[in-house]
Design a protein around this ligand. Sequence first.
Ligand SMILES: CC(C)(COP(=O)(O)OP(=O)(O)OC[C@H]1O[C@@H](n2cnc3c(N)ncnc32)[C@H](O)[C@@H]1OP(=O)(O)O)[C@@H](O)C(=O)NCCC(=O)NCCS
Length: 291
Amino acid sequence: MHMNAEQAVREHALGPEHLAGAMALSRAANWNQNEADWRLMLRLGQGFGLSAPDQTLLASTVVLPYETEFAWISMVLVLPEHRRKGYASRLLRRALAHLQDRRLTALLDATAAGHTVYVQEGFADCWGFQRYALSAKPAATRPQEPPDSRIRRLKDSDWPRLLALDAPAFGASREALLRALAQRLPEAALVAERGGELCGYLLGRDGREARQLGPLVAADAQLAQALLTRALRDTAAPLYLDILDRQTGLRDWAQQQGFAVQRPFTRMVRGAARAPGDPATVMLVAGPELG
Ligand SMILES: CC(C)(COP(=O)(O)OP(=O)(O)OC[C@H]1O[C@@H](n2cnc3c(N)ncnc32)[C@H](O)[C@@H]1OP(=O)(O)O)[C@@H](O)C(=O)NCCC(=O)NCCS
């Protein structure tokens, strides 16, 4: 009986017709993705799903390629009542085969639950970050712009310089993703200039539970704080920040603003010695589902 029920589970590509099921998976795990996030990931990448005979979406995985070197594996989700049946491992192996065909290295940001699954599939730890959550905005903070720098809204002519700053930090060009995020939360789409040079940027997006600020790439923590101070002034709470563990100055600052740690993530890689990019200038990742 049990075997028959398991065999009837169908593996398929994910498309816009699965959005309701995909949102149910995000909700069941208390994840922040809204429909716009799922649409974006399915537009930029390839989704895989497992569905029951009654068409209920039981499990998901998305692959997001970044240029020709590597791809993100994200949205590894299984409905709570269907966990520990091997569904996550099955879709993960499907995603890895897809990457192998294209000679792409697999990267991902693991939750504690996912970490156990990924280690078994050959992933290794690179570095960590934590999600910080702010439920209500602090009293207005004094502007913290360093005297020699300027924070302002992103404009069209900034894109070449923004992309030149981001690519070495992230490890690949991700123009399509960044341009999409810039539309999602324009009040948080900011750049930092110093001596006429563009030396930092921030983007954000709306979410199911909270607005997420990130990615944030900046030459130093002072610029990062200046960008975030401006964004905090103009963006409504609740807010999430995914801060790299190594950015200790920024973590202290976030805690002073009233942010509290929600959960840790581990960046993991399979098929390479280390994760691409330069984490020294990455202050906030875009999010565990995007890299
Ligand atoms: C993490 C998650 C995707 C795992 O899905 P799943 O289908 O239950 O995983 P699998 O059945 O393929 O597990 C494979 C193996 O990983 C290990 N494993 C999986 N979940 C585990 C858990 N919660 N605790 C300990 N080990 C676990 C076990 O060794 C398991 O094999 P076993 O059941 O034979 O012992 C699922 O728990 C989930 O959706 N969690 C919430 C969202 C999330 O954190 N996703 C990961 C994002 S990085």
